[in-house]
Ligand binder design. Structure first.
Ligand SMILES: Cc1cc2nc3c(=O)[nH]c(=O)nc-3n(C[C@H](O)[C@H](O)[C@H](O)COP(=O)(O)OP(=O)(O)OC[C@H]3O[C@@H](n4cnc5c(N)ncnc54)[C@H](O)[C@@H]3O)c2cc1C
Ligand code: FES
Length: 275
């Protein structure tokens, strides 16, 4: 890890538009940074501000790649940068997904909207190590078909039978024309669980998306029979230091930056108002 409070310079290597206001940004830090799936870095734009962001891949070639939504002041400024410009990076921070737990288990990854970004890093880690997860199921919902991030890649993995994939969209004039094996429904992502055959007690679930997804999904997964210690969600809070010093992100006595941002449902049940 680099000096936690001092950003290292990183060149904005590549910008790839993915969907409206959702671009893929790759950064090349001058010192290598290895991010585990679910961990995050703080991106600093000198003279403007900083924000936390997770990585959406395995960090090959020394690059840190994130899918970043144009949300407000600092991310707006990032969207005005060009390839070759320099930003600051601090990190990696936090506790990511417990990869060892997935060994020989069925992996159930459930994402809503931009939540697919950190789960894609987890998905790639699971695919890269065949000892992990005997089976990988991906349920992914977004507002409209064109907002499904990494859609082509996920469909390809499904067609190659590396993952089992179901999409949902809130509304669509026309459903994406996907291969017969890929299921896309109009509705909410939790509806994709209906009729899904899996072994709850042998399953590890990772959920990432807006708070509404957590409200309807986490306890539902427990009701189906997945142990609460094997259901994980990643929390978002406003952050400053990233290392448990400024108390900016504290919820129910836990530091989201240092103790999370990934927590099990077992932990979340003890953290009042965390979700
Ligand atoms: C651990 C972690 C991982 C994240 N990963 C990603 C990612 O992969 N891609 C991505 O696009 N975004 C991610 N975010 C969210 C990102 O940090 C915010 O969108 C960003 O801080 C917005 O900054 P801004 O100055 O542009 O917007 P602001 O002007 O500060 O805010 C715009 C809107 O976003 C809300 N907001 C801002 N920061 C946060 C926050 N930290 N948590 C919840 N709501 C917030 C504000 O309340 C406001 O409604 C992550 C956040 C955390 C904590
Ligand atoms: S961001 Fe400073 S304590 Fe978590």
């Amino acid at each position: 890890m680099t000096d936690a409070l001092h950003p290292v310079a990183a060149v904005l290597h590549k910008i790839v538009p993915m969907a409206a206001d959702n671009h893929l940004f790759s950064f090349l830090p001058e010192q290598p940074m290895a991010l585990a799936p679910g961990q995050f870095v703080e991106i600093t734009l000198p003279g403007i501000g900083s924000f936390p962001v997770s990585s959406c891949d395995q960090g090959r070639n020394g690059l840190i790649t994130s899918c970043i939504r144009r949300a407000g002041r600092v991310t707006e400024a990032l969207y005005h940068l060009e390839e070759g410009d320099v930003v600051g990076l601090r990190g990696p921070f936090g506790v990511g997904f417990p990869l060892q737990l997935f060994e020989d288990q069925e992996a159930l990854l459930i994402a809503g909207g931009l939540g697919m970004a950190p789960l894609r890093a987890l998905l790639h880690a699971l695919l890269d190590d065949h000892r992990r997860a005997g089976r990988i199921i991906v349920l992914y919902g977004s507002r409209q078909p064109e907002m499904l991030l990494f859609r082509e890649e996920l469909v390809k993995l499904s067609l190659e039978q590396q993952i089992e994939l179901r999409f949902s969209v809130d509304f669509a004039e026309e459903l994406p024309s996907l291969d017969g094996r890929v299921v896309c429904k109009i509705g909410l992502v939790n509806e994709l669980l209906a009729g899904l055959a899996f072994t709850p007690r042998k399953t590890v679930a990772a959920v990432c998306g807006p708070p509404a997804l957590y409200h309807c999904m986490l306890e539902e997964l427990a009701l189906i029979g997945i142990p609460a210690a094997k259901i994980f969600a990643t929390l978002e809070r406003r952050m400053r230091c990233g290392v448990g010093e400024c108390c900016h992100c504290v919820v129910a006595g836990r530091y989201i930056c240092r103790d999370g941002p990934v927590f099990s449902l077992e932990q979340l049940r003890k953290m009042t108002e965390a979700i």
